[in-house]
Design a protein around this ligand. Structure first.
Ligand SMILES: [Zn+2]
Ligand SMILES: [Zn+2]
Length: 284
C-alpha cells in the first residue's frame, strides 16, 4: 500500500471526464472535481452518455479515490428552514450525481450557524446529515466533512465540532474527514511550529481512522488569519519544511489522498504542485 496518493482538483470544462484526463496527464493518482458549478444552485442533470464516457475514462486512467467537492452555496447548518431545505435538496442531488459516477467521497464544508451558536449548528448539521443519509440509503459514496478556516460563523474550524456532529449522527460510519492544511493553519492550528501537537489534538477529537483526504494547500496569510487564501506548495506561510514536518507523522493512515487545490494563475499549475509534494514526501 502506498503511503500517499497524490492528486489535484482538476477542471471539467467540456465534460466531467476532462477532469480525469487532466489528472492523468499531470501525474495524479487521484482527483477531485466539481460535478456542477460550485456557485450556482441549478445543476445540469448528468446524461447517460456523460456517465458512460466518464466510466470509460475511469477504467482507462485508473485514478482512485475519486472525489467531488460540493457547491459553496449549500449550508446544512442553516437555522432558516427554507434555506436548509434548499441546501438539503441540492446536497442530495450532489450525492446522486456522485453515486451515478461511482465516486468515493463528496467533500463538504460542514456549514455556518448564522448566529444560532456552535452547539445548535452542529446539532443541525447532524440532523441534516441524517435526512441526507435516509434519502441516499445504500449509496457507496461517503460524505467527507472538511475542516474550515473558521471564517465568520463557519463550523469545522475547530476539531471539536466534528465529534459534536458525528456523535449525533445515526450512521456515522458513512462519514469521513478531509483535513485542509491551509484552512486549519488559518484557523489557528500551528502545524508548522507544533505539528505533533496538532495531530495529538486531531487524534483526541476526530481520530486517524476517519482521515481519508488531506487538501494540501499552502497558505497566503497564515496562522490564525482566518483568511483561507491558498498558495502554491512551498510558497506560502506553511512552506516546504512545514509540509514535510506535518505529513511525516507516523500515525497518518496508509493510502491517504493528498489533493492540491492551489491557484492556477501566475504560470504555475497543479502539475508543479503535485510533483513538488511527491518530491518533498519521497522519503517520509
Ligand atoms: Zn473545500
Ligand atoms: Zn480544501
Amino acid at each position: 500500500m502506498p503511503r500517499f496518493l497524490f492528486g489535484a482538483h482538476t477542471g471539467v470544462a467540456g465534460g466531467l471526464h476532462n477532469g480525469l484526463i487532466e489528472g492523468h496527464e499531470i501525474g495524479c493518482d487521484t482527483i477531485q472535481i466539481f460535478t456542477s458549478s460550485p456557485r450556482q444552485w441549478a445543476a445540469k442533470p448528468l446524461t447517460d452518455d456523460a456517465i458512460a464516457v466518464w466510466k470509460a475514462k475511469v477504467a482507462e486512467t485508473k485514478l482512485s479515490p475519486l472525489v467531488a467537492h460540493d457547491s459553496y452555496l449549500i449550508n446544512l447548518a442553516s437555522p432558516d428552514s427554507e434555506a436548509r431545505q434548499k441546501s438539503l435538496r441540492a446536497f442530495i442531488e450532489e450525492l446522486e450525481r456522485c453515486e451515478a459516477l461511482g465516486l468515493d467521497y463528496l467533500v463538504s464544508h460542514p456549514g455556518a450557524h448564522m448566529g444560532s451558536g456552535e452547539e445548535a449548528g452542529c446539532a443541525q448539521i447532524a440532523a441534516s446529515l441524517d435526512t441526507v443519509h435516509q434519502a441516499t440509503a445504500g449509496f457507496h459514496v461517503k460524505v467527507a466533512l472538511e475542516t474550515t478556516a473558521a471564517k465568520g460563523t463557519t463550523l469545522g474550524g475547530v476539531f471539536e465540532h466534528f465529534p459534536a456532529i458525528l456523535s449525533r449522527v445515526a450512521e456515522p460510519e458513512r462519514l469521513v474527514i478531509c483535513l485542509d492544511t491551509c484552512h486549519i493553519y488559518d484557523a489557528g492550528y500551528d502545524l508548522v511550529g507544533d505539528p505533533k501537537g496538532v495531530w495529538d489534538r486531531f487524534a483526541a477529537t476526530v481520530g486517524f481512522d476517519r482521515l481519508k483526504i488531506i487538501h494540501a494547500n499552502d497558505s497566503k496569510f497564515g496562522l490564525a488569519s482566518k483568511r483561507d487564501q491558498h498558495a502554491h506548495i512551498g510558497e506560502g506561510t506553511i512552506g516546504d519544511a512545514g509540509f514535510v514536518a506535518f505529513l511525516s507523522d507516523p500515525r497518518l493512515p496508509e493510502s491517504l489522498a493528498l489533493i492540491v487545490e492551489t491557484p492556477e494563475e501566475d504560470g504555475k499549475g497543479h502539475r508543479e504542485n503535485v510533483a513538488k509534494l511527491r518530491e518533498l514526501l519521497a522519503h517520509v
